[in-house]
Design a protein around this ligand. Structure first.
Ligand code: ZN
Ligand code: ZN
Length: 410
């Protein structure tokens, strides 16, 4: 094996063991870009060795996505493959694990008609809902990882030959995911223990709100009643301990959907469904975005927050130190899986049930009454930097320094 193949195999093994923790007799459903075939084959091999009963992969080909935008009839853009997502939901209800491999061209659809794009995204989000609910509800063990692809690599490292860009992106992926360490699985056990100590501390504080101060940011972000901080690995409702994101550096919880007030500025670009969005500035009133501008991709961001009522409210708040290994790499990945772990962030849209205590035992109305948000979308965007200060507001109203200049102060 070449050195790249050895690392790819180590990454595949880490994905199956630490990411998914695939169980004997369990089915596995994978979605992946075409360029990820070599990685998918190794993952499939490791999954079967661990006892998986059946591995099924759906590949996406970006050239055929572009063909749709170029040639499909206009009325076709409200169509989505509900049959596929219903089938996925059925597989999850039957106990299948889920692996998503990211690696898309961040600007694939940048030149396309924003109206068609918004309709296609909305149709897809609606059709995907039955499957997504089982994911956000953490009903089964699931994991998201990434594979370097030529278009993505060229967007991260412009102006160098494609093979060199691919090589640099793979090396960055292996480093950020710890796949290049001698024993990646043991390294992840230690990493999970560190994140668990952090979430234990935060859960003991029972903060009522977080207060953010930084350039362009002056925000009070109320937390949901009965919120629970999570980070690193966790146990799905099927009893399997898995790591939903590889890499992950964040600790995160549920904001209160009606209690966010003030201004907030993004600090890194966000890639959303083929559009690059940058320089977001928003103002919240009683939880809702009431004013917004973006330096780049403003129409795409506007369409996103107009998806439904919950898309203009927050469903996640996450803390990541500015010195995280991903941030320290200095690379802007144009991919949320990596960039969200380089900086503190928020997400508009759906909240995670696991971020409310006993969330999976509560009804949708109960969750909403506690402040959890509901939406067809969940999109993270980065607000952290070396200039951001965050205070935790304790139940008695006093405040505690939580982060200073982007680093933990506790
Ligand atoms: Zn997050
Ligand atoms: Zn998120």
């Amino acid at each position: 094996m070449t050195q790249h193949e050895t690392l790819l195999d180590s990454y595949a093994r880490l994905t199956v063991r630490t990411g998914l923790n695939i169980q004997k007799g369990q089915q596995l459903l994978i979605t992946a870009p075409l360029d990820a075939v070599p990685l998918v084959r190794r993952i499939t091999e490791h999954a079967y060795r661990e006892g998986a009963s059946l591995v099924t992969t759906f590949y996406a080909d970006e050239a055929t996505t572009l063909a749709r935008f170029a040639h499909a009839p206009d009325e076709a853009f409200d169509t989505a493959q509900g049959w596929l997502f219903n089938g996925m939901a059925e597989a999850f209800r039957g106990g299948a694990a889920r692996l998503a491999i990211a690696g898309e061209d961040p600007a694939l659809l940048a030149g396309q008609d924003p109206g068609k794009l918004a309709r296609a995204n909305k149709a897809r989000s609606q059709a995907y809902r039955p499957a997504l609910e089982l994911i956000t509800g953490f009903v089964i063990n699931w994991c998201v990882i990434a594979a370097a692809t030529p278009a993505w690599a060229k967007s991260v490292f412009p102006g160098i030959p494609e093979s060199e860009a691919m090589d640099r992106l793979w090396r960055a992926i292996f480093a950020c995911t710890k796949a290049d360490l001698p024993d990646p699985i043991a390294a992840w056990d230690r990493h999970n223990a560190d994140l668990a100590r952090r979430t234990d501390f935060l859960n003991r504080q029972r903060y009522r709100a977080l207060r953010y101060k930084g350039p362009g940011t002056d925000l009070t972000l109320g937390l949901a009643d009965e919120h629970a901080w999570k980070g690193g690995g966790g146990k799905a409702l099927n009893g399997v301990f898995c790591n939903a994101n590889i890499p992950t550096e964040e600790v995160f919880t549920a904001p209160h959907k009606d209690k966010v007030d003030g201004t907030l500025r993004s600090t890194k670009p966000l890639s959303y469904q083929g559009s690059l969005i940058d320089g977001i500035r928003v103002r919240f009133e009683a939880g809702r975005i009431v004013e917004m501008t973006a330096e780049k991709g403003e129409a795409a961001f506007r369409n996103l927050i107009n998806t439904d009522e919950g898309a203009a409210r927050l469903g996640e708040v996450a803390l990541v130190p500015h010195s995280s290994p991903i941030s320290a790499s200095g690379i802007i990945f144009n991919n949320t899986l990596f960039d969200e772990n380089a900086a503190s962030h928020v997400a508009v849209g759906q909240s995670y049930t696991e971020n409310i205590r006993d969330g999976s035992k509560r009804s949708k109305d109960e969750l909403a009454a506690l402040g959890a948000n509901a939406s067809l979308v969940h999109v993270d965007w980065m607000i952290g930097s070396g200039d951001l200060d965050i205070d935790g507001i304790l139940p008695d109203g006093s405040s505690q320094a939580l982060m200073r200049k982007g680093e933990w102060a506790i």
